[in-house]
Design a protein around this ligand. Structure first.
Ligand code: NAP
Length: 250
């Protein structure tokens, strides 16, 4: 999907990193960024997928393989990628995981926490500090509507998404107090047609292309919070208002 906004119109300079761009939303967004003139650094664990993307856009793309759970390597990898890009204006955290945990297996919960909390925080802290030093930048993270309330099927998924939403709010407040043009965008998808959309009873499922297009527009508009697709804001609103005695029975 091509959206004809120049970097000048968008107000965003053209160097971006997408963490978790080997598939799904991250890949779709990386593609839109490249097609709109950005130099893009992409990451993930599956090197062959990163290389496949680079082979399509050799001039506009840099790749770096790393596991976001290995927090001691993150700073080094990001530094290398930023050097290769020649700077950084936008970083999107799309990496994430979550699994059903019918028996409350700690192994499952730990993997989710290591990815969605530790890895997320390590990347967010590194890049926010980088933006603080350069007095500008835009941090975007793909959280979830699931972060609004707890969830019995994958408790750590909902809880870690709630953490991300809260953490981003803290960083946004920090940016405001610094009086620096650093923007923080919280993208909350409902269901998007990727490997992460698991289970039965899914509805309002968006294609990756449609979701990535709406996310790109939210980035350009420097939105604080955006629901993807837009109508998921209704579900978000209802979830926030729903009394506990009703929610607990669902
Ligand atoms: N799809 C939905 O319905 C939905 C709804 C709400 C929110 N979200 C959120 O959207 C984000 C993107 O998910 P998706 O739907 O696009 O699913 P996806 O296709 O499975 O993409 C997940 C991405 O995260 C990366 N990732 C996962 N674990 C990683 C790790 N340990 N280290 C580095 N990268 C890792 C994956 O790369 P590698 O496997 O190559 O490492 C992949 O690029 C997630 O944060 C998810 O929670 C999705």
């Amino acid at each position: 999907m091509e959206i004809n906004l120049t970097a000048e119109q968008s107000g965003i300079v053209k160097r971006a990193i997408v963490i978790g761009a080997t598939s799904g939303i991250g890949r779709g967004l990386a593609e839109i960024l490249v097609k709109n003139g950005y130099m893009v650094g992409i990451t993930g664990r599956r090197t062959e997928r990163l290389e496949e993307f680079k082979s399509q856009y050799p001039e506009a793309c840099f790749i770096k393989t790393f596991d976001i759970r290995e927090t001691d390597v993150i700073a080094g990898r990001l530094e290398e990628l930023i050097t290769e890009l020649g700077g950084l204006d936008l970083l999107v955290i799309s990496s994430g995981t979550g699994d059903f945990s019918a028996n409350l297996e700690f192994k499952i919960e730990k993997n989710t926490i290591d990815t969605n909390v530790s890895g997320f925080t390590c990347v967010a802290d590194y890049v926010f500090s980088y933006f603080e030093k350069q007095h500008a930048g835009h941090l975007v993270a793909i959280t979830s509507v699931a972060g609004i309330r707890g969830g019995r099927f994958a408790p750590s998924y909902n809880a870690t998404k709630a953490y991300q939403i809260n953490y981003l709010e803290g960083l946004r407040q920090r940016a405001k107090h610094l009086k620096t043009p650093i923007y923080v965008t919280d993208i909350r998808p409902g269901f998007v047609d990727t490997a992460m959309a698991k289970g039965e009873g899914l509805f309002w499922i968006s294609s990756v292309e449609k979701a990535a297009g709406q996310i790109f527009r939210a980035i350009i508009s420097r939105r604080a919070v955006a629901y993807i697709t837009k109508r998921w804001s209704i579900i978000g609103f209802v979830l926030r208002l729903l009394p506990r005695f009703i929610y607990d029975k669902m």
